[in-house]
Design a protein around this ligand. Sequence first.
Ligand code: PMP
Length: 360
Amino acid sequence: MKRAYNFNAGPAALPEWVLQEAKEHWLNFNDTGMSLMELSHRSADYEAVHNEAKELLTSLLSIPDNYEILFLQGGASLQFTMIPMNLLPKNQTAYYALTGIWSEKALKEASKLGNTAISISSKNENYSYIPNSEQIEVPKDAAYLHITSNNTIYGTQWSSYPTNVSVPLIADMSSDILSTPIDVSKFGLIYAGAQKNLGPSGVTVVIIRKDLIKEDAALPTMLSFHTHAKSNSLFNTPPTLAIYLLSLVLKWVKKQGGVEGIATINNEKAKHLYDVIDQSNGFYRGHAEETSRSKMNVTFTLQSENLTKAFLQEAKEAGFVGLNGHRSVGGCRASIYNAVPLEHVMELTKFMKEFQRKNQ
Ligand code: PMP
């Protein structure tokens, strides 16, 4: 069977090895006589999977001891609510860097729960760039600064993080976690829906510095980080299948040489696509400013609306999936997350060059 050229933005391509491995154990996991989905989440067999996923993530990202990993549900979107609920006291203000629609959505939810302010915004330029991180300043008594490390819709990505900020830095890394090495100790909290770089949808990973986890009896039980931290994310039934597949994706990342190995391949994939755009003499136009370009989502348009439409139609016929831009911005977007093979990116570059040759 030929695998599709899958450039979906999320849920997105998974490594073929992960799917094969899951298939291998589908009917009989670990000689239990049942599938993983049928195991009790209180069983030793499941708990081993759960804890292995945490250990693999800890080693891949060198997560220090003073951090807790949580496996939650509700997607990254529920974190837009849980974060201010848990980390924004009434007498403080949370700052948000606006670099796209997802950061706007995070801000909107926080504004319903407490005082918020915008630290910096690139909305005036249609979110085509990431503001200079060195220029970001936040009052010392702020609750936290929230950023979106990779803007899935606009195709921009922070290449360095704010250093002049003394309050906890919180990052939505839904679309670039594990794509490049990061220093976790610089963050108060990192969160990511799994369905781009970590696995299937259904689980959201939260990496939180332990001193930020506070018991607050006034919070709804399920929306408190403390509830999940004190029960190893087993307070209620976790999404066991999604966490199992996450553990397999993490094993696969390790086999690629860890995050460093993956980053090298990601750089190469992104370079091939941006080279086609840059060498097209304006036939393809990238949305993001060069220094803010994402290595995960490559966004571009063609010279006219009609040509863009024709490109997307022909690409679809040629077997490329998911190249339409987000419905809010249009154009084209190639999402090239960790699991998208280099060969598929090369096929796309070939297709783009050929389309240009025929249509200019
Ligand atoms: N943040 C970012 C950066 C995203 O790309 C997305 C989804 N595309 C979300 C948040 C929302 O994630 P979810 O659908 O898991 O709530």
